[in-house]
Design a protein around this ligand. Structure first.
Ligand SMILES: [Zn+2]
Length: 385
């Protein structure tokens, strides 16, 4: 029998690998080696090898039967920022007063460790009687461009004819206390880069010029004062936020010939990226004049209507911590946006209050309870008990 996986020790081992995207520093191998010990078939998948930095990913599966329940997560982390601002070395995995400190503690090396510990307990209990499959899809490209991570692994699975029946994503979805929130969808994100073209001139002779700054202001005003929607059953209203305005005109008596701005729209399930593009064109054309708009949609909005997966997850949370989670769609986008096209997906993990911050940390009791929630969920998912 394999050694018992301790979620705290395992999370600490992962934190000591400074796997800031796109670097791996052996983090994926730590996960693969422990899963191989537990009898998982591991596929180490490297993508983007022809680009700037190859990305390490892992698909591991225990069993060959159905259903195949997948846990999805990532081992890459955001940079630590100024290390001297931390109470401890961000990659030393120090424990103080019942808290484990380190970059990735909650987002999301802690959840990866908790799930592996939970899977071991569950598989040990079931023994040879287990006929389903547990799989893990672990990427090293979630915090980065997400081009050589989850989406590529899913394509690889498609090519093998391998199916996921349900997926649990271990992002830190709890807001204030472990178990208070599950994410059942995410808003979409659209970035617009707007350049307005006018005619340069003397500020004393505006009739001979076309002020690009004025038209840019009018366009941004039109976008930021329009009500995109009033929200929907599971989503907050969509919002437009201006990120930057750049004219760079050093001279006070010259009317600028061009002006630029960047804005970001977080949109709900009333919209698609394509519909928003048409809406933007209409709004900007109403102001008129020469302009260019370059649009990137980094994720469409999606919603997985509450069903069996969320019900069982809710019951597991209730049994372990006595809370009934809120079903939410708030926050940024996540890799669940790729997976939801294949199978039902729900996101649940640690308390996210310190994620991406100085002194990111997780309570050891939360790690132990998350392990127990995942363990209980496995029983409810496969055995309904
Ligand atoms: Zn994350």
């Amino acid at each position: 029998m394999s050694e018992i996986v301790d979620p705290t020790a395992f999370a600490a081992e992962l934190i000591r690998r400074p796997s800031v995207t796109p670097k791996d520093e052996g983090a994926i191998e730590v996960v693969a080696a422990s899963l191989e010990q537990l009898g998982f078939a591991c596929h180490r998948l490297v993508f983007g090898a022809n680009g700037s930095a190859p990305i390490q990913n892992l698909y591991a599966r225990h069993g060959s039967g159905r259903p195949n329940l997948c846990f999805a997560g990532h081992t890459d982390v955001v940079p630590a920022g100024a290390a001297e601002a931390w109470s401890f070395d961000p990659f030393a995995a120090s424990v103080r007063d019942g808290m484990l400190y380190g970059r990735g503690a909650v987002d999301m090396k802690g959840a990866v460790a908790a799930f592996i510990a939970a899977a071991q307990r569950y598989l040990d209990e079931r023994g040879p009687g287990f006929t389903g499959s547990i799989s893990l899809l672990i990427t090293g490209d979630e915090e980065g461009a997400a081009l050589d991570g989850t989406s590529k692994v899913l394509e690889w699975l498609d090519a093998r004819g391998e199916t996921l029946d349900a997926c649990l994503v271990g992002e830190p979805t709890s807001a204030r206390a472990l178990g208070d929130m599950i994410k059942i969808g995410r808003r979409g994100s659209l970035t617009g880069r707007l350049t307005v073209h006018g005619v340069q001139g003397h500020t004393a002779y505006p009739q001979l010029a076309d002020n690009a700054a004025h038209r840019l202001i009018a366009m941004l005003h039109a976008l930021t004062t329009a009500e995109l929607d009033a929200g929907s059953q599971h989503f907050e209203p969509s919002t437009v936020q201006v990120s930057t305005i750049d004219i760079g005109n050093p001279t006070s008596n010259v009317i600028p010939a061009s002006a630029r701005a960047v804005f970001n729209i977080r949109f709900n399930d009333h919209w698609s990226g394509a519909r928003l593009k048409r809406w933007l064109a209409e709004k900007l054309d109403e102001i008129g004049g020469g302009y260019e708009l370059d649009v990137t949609v980094s994720g469409e909005s999606f919603l997985v209507p509450p069903g069996e997966l969320t019900e069982r997850l809710t019951e597991a949370i209730r049994r372990v911590v006595g809370r009934i989670p809120e079903f939410s769609t708030t926050g940024g986008t996540s890799d669940a946006r790729f997976i939801q096209a294949r199978c039902p997906v729900a996101e649940f993990g640690l308390v996210g209050q310190t994620m991406h911050k100085t002194d990111e940390r997780v309570a050891l009791t939360d790690l132990a309870q998350l392990t127990e929630i995942y363990h209980t969920f496995l029983g409810l998912y496969f055995d309904r008990s």
